[in-house]
Design a protein around this ligand. Structure first.
Ligand SMILES: [Zn+2]
Length: 379
């Protein structure tokens, strides 16, 4: 484990890494502080930024001028007069000048890409259909990025959200879905385009969107139910990466060692029991009543699996992202009931399990946020 490991995602509060920070570190931390204050849609004067961050006037001006120069911030006219002192110029994030290239590999049968603005909102899209076995090559990803770059102005980076365990070097250590092991996604694409490339786990990206643009607070368990089961954990606004980059990976924890065999070699893994693919296969020829029972059982499995981390970490918010044929009232009510049975106590706030309301661009947007974060760190 290296001391300088880069999480690749937006740690909202930059941890205090060292007592002897260099001037460059101080600038980076101040920049992150000021940008976080303004992002996504706040506007303050320099004086107000100073009050809210505790930074000196000189420090604020210094960092703000830098961010104005590179197109991250813009000036929006004068603040309304509060009666005392002169009116300051309002600053906000400039969402129009810089672009991000974001690639989402979490969709079944499809690689989806977009040029986004700094809020992760797509302004141009491109996609490629995959064949039946979801075979993906680096050339396919490169070709989508090429199309997108033709429609992007100043791109500050390229981001790729991939299912599986992704390390800080942009290597996908393992993706059961694509059958990848130790696949370096970052270097070849970075070399090809000469633009910084960021690679992240898809569930972590989706969680970032839920935090910035959805209902999520600074502490949540996030679960994504699709072809596989992805998970991500946010504690005090810092995503949990884990010792081997597999933080949040709950899909291959076995709930039933005598259960059906799983692609990972074990039996009865959560992913084998409640992935959308497994559940849809079971529900295909089932009656309405049987389908309800299958989904209730799935909700119960999920809550059973999550009850330990929920209790251990004192989590009150579990957010589940998935299609409404799976993550519906039957599923959520059964999961809530099981949570109440397993985790209810006088000292633990009732854990609420809820459906994520963010739309289909949740992963694209989250990956764009990650690229933005890395860009800010690299300036
Ligand atoms: Zn498994």
């Amino acid at each position: 484990m290296t001391a300088s490991r880069r999480s690749g995602i937006w740690a909202l509060h930059t941890p205090d890494r060292s007592a002897k920070a260099s001037p460059a570190d101080v600038r980076r931390i101040n920049r992150s502080l000021i940008f976080s204050l303004l992002f996504p849609d706040h506007q303050y004067s320099r004086a107000e930024i100073g009050r809210r961050t505790g930074l000196s006037r000189v420090a604020v001006s210094d960092v703000v001028n830098d961010m104005l120069d590179c197109g991250l911030l813009r000036e929006n006219g004068q603040e309304s007069n509060s009666g005392k002192g002169k009116r300051g110029t309002l600053l906000s994030v400039d969402t129009t000048r810089l672009n991000i290239i974001s690639i989402d590999m979490s969709q079944p049968h499809l690689i989806q890409g977009a040029v986004t603005n700094l809020l992760g909102i797509p302004t141009y899209r491109a996609e490629a259909a995959l064949n039946a076995v979801d075979h993906v090559t680096i050339e396919m990803i490169t070709s989508i990025i090429e199309q997108l770059l033709n429609h992007a102005g100043d791109a500050i980076g390229i981001g790729i959200a991939a299912p599986g365990v992704v390390d800080e070097e942009g290597v996908v250590r393992r993706s059961t879905l694509f059958g990848w092991e130790d696949l370096d996604l970052r270097s070849p694409i970075e070399q090809h385009f000469g633009i910084r490339v960021t690679v992240d786990n898809d569930a972590t990206c989706a969680m970032l969107t839920e935090r910035f643009f959805g209902q999520g607070g600074p502490n949540m368990l996030f679960v994504r139910i699709s072809r596989g089961i992805g998970g991500a954990v946010l504690i005090d606004d810092v995503p949990v990466i884990g010792e081997y980059h597999a933080g949040g990976e709950i899909g291959h924890i076995s709930l039933d060692p005598q259960g059906p065999p799983c692609a990972c070699g074990k039996r009865g893994c959560l992913e084998r029991l409640i992935s959308a693919t497994s559940l849809r296969a079971r529900m295909q020829h089932a009656s309405l009543l049987e389908r309800t029972q299958i989904l209730r059982q799935a909700g119960t499995y999920l809550a059973t699996a999550l009850s330990m981390p929920v209790g251990l970490l004192d989590m009150a918010d579990v957010c589940v992202y998935g299609q409404p044929d799976i993550v519906n009232d039957d599923f959520l009510t059964a999961a809530q009931r099981r949570f109440d049975q397993l985790t209810g106590s006088s000292f633990h706030t009732r854990t609420i399990i809820r459906r994520c309301q963010c739309g289909g661009d949740i992963t694209l947007r989250g990956e764009a946020l990650s690229v933005l974060h890395n860009y800010l760190e690299s300036l």
